[in-house]
Design a protein around this ligand. Sequence first.
Ligand code: DQA
Length: 146
Amino acid sequence: MIIGVLNGPNLNLLGTREPSIYGTATLADILAHLREVGTTLGAEIRAAQANGEGQLIDLVHGWRGLVDGIVVNAGAYTHTSLALRDAFTATAIPFVEVHLSNIYAREPERRHSMLASASVGMVCGLGADGYEYALRGLVRILRARG
Ligand code: DQA
């Protein structure tokens, strides 16, 4: 099984970006851990990060037929991008949404996700660990679907 891990704008700055909200783990730390967990689950991790909306859409398109599912933190595009949701529905790649912070406990403009209605599920507010939980949940659901 191959799982894509897609990170959106500003998540390349994890570790130094508002650590009181997003923690001190870098994206490299998170991905290294996911690869370890993936090995125990029999899931290979493909990872990508982009700051542009179109780049993220192109990455989803490029993963069609290559990955079985995607763990995605779309950053601020979560709250605005119908186009990114359309990329997921157009490719029919199952995905789990993850957020380090609890978007429902933050500013009003962060309390809606454009992606959630098309997702398998969402993990938010559990920090960097949330990526692991999202990966475990996605793999489990994909296996159950066969
Ligand atoms: C985020 C939450 C978003 O509102 C924000 O724009 C991010 C990170 C999170 O992981 O908590 O960039 O997706």
